[in-house]
Design a protein around this ligand. Sequence first.
Ligand code: FAD
Length: 373
Amino acid sequence: MTADKIAANKMLQRMIVDFTTTELAPLDMIIDKNQDYPEGLFQKVVDNGLLGMTLPREFGGAGFDFIAAAEALNHMAKGNASMAVTLEGHFKTVEQFLKYGTDELNQKYLPTATKRIFAFSQTEASGGSNPAGISTRAVKQGDNWVITGDKIMITNGGLAEVYCVLAKTEDDQMAVFVVDQDMPGFSFGKREDFIGLRGTPVGEIVMDHIVVPSYHLLGTVGEGHDIGNNAHDDARVLMGAVLTGILEHELQIAIDYTKQRKALDTPLYELQIIQEKLTDIAIAKQNTKLLYEDGARNKVAGEPYSEVAAMAKSYGSRAAVSAGDKALQILAGYGYSREYPIEHLIRDARAMEIAEGTVEKMNMEISLKEVNK
Ligand SMILES: Cc1cc2nc3c(=O)[nH]c(=O)nc-3n(C[C@H](O)[C@H](O)[C@H](O)COP(=O)(O)OP(=O)(O)OC[C@H]3O[C@@H](n4cnc5c(N)ncnc54)[C@H](O)[C@@H]3O)c2cc1C
């Protein structure tokens, strides 16, 4: 890495830590309670150029690589995991444009990705783990495609303006198309009332015969499944980073508490049984960090990163839920109270055992890769 790149990355991380400390962390509990970002907060994210973090400079972005972006989401998630997941959903979608988009598509859309959120939509009511069961259809009509279907549980659904959509063609091949909320036939459905990551909007999009030009196809017809998997890989690296931030938050709350709370005259952190819990949380945090960093490094180096990305999210999500439970036990009655953030951190981490591939699906992928080595 060049000295310029190192300096730019340091500046980015300092800016993210400052933004998180001043703008996000103080609102963390309110965001969870109100199930939304307070008015103006998301605009501050846009105004600070954060949507364009990973976007190449030629499209008006800041051009940071995935290693820097993952580290930034790690810092941000320590203050508020919802906003970090909002950015994760955008970054992973932008990656698919960069990898699979035609020049015409990218020239049209990527310069807007500093202001407009992009989202990736696969899941339907028929099931998310098995995309072969989707019903969304893409029918070729001359130079256009006509897209009809209904996607649910889409991260940033309602906030995002540009959607990559997995659909089946008339000959049952999988393909991904780009639709825009401004297109006739596009509407938003219900927003999910999820138990965690309550700031991140997750909702439904409805597509009623949306006509898109043929250059709105990502990759080729038949490549849809691979594009979906690639989006999962990118998201899993970034979610490993978000989970590391949650683990850091859990550890910090637990440590602060053990310093001020006493068992008669002895601070809690001096009790061996409490030390064991703090140690477990610290090791889980470090393991998750090493996994996501490995994934990000491999991606940037052009090496395979799918397996380690799945490991980061599979291990990290379960570790952050379990670590949250240990932290809750350290705070005991206060940990069980909604006045302290531990319970919502557990709910936030829990989402990542499901989103971007369930733990069961990821573990099947990991074990198959190991068996076939
Ligand atoms: C916070 C959040 C954000 C999300 N964001 C998005 C998004 O941006 N875009 C998007 O497209 N979707 C999104 N989703 C949906 C998510 O991808 C799906 O919930 C997930 O893929 C699981 O699908 P499902 O809920 O339909 O469960 P199902 O697929 O019905 O699975 C039910 C259970 O069966 C297991 N199972 C299913 N099939 C198999 C199998 N073949 N082998 C072994 N076990 C299996 C699962 O592991 C699970 O335990 C999001 C979900 C959440 C919670």
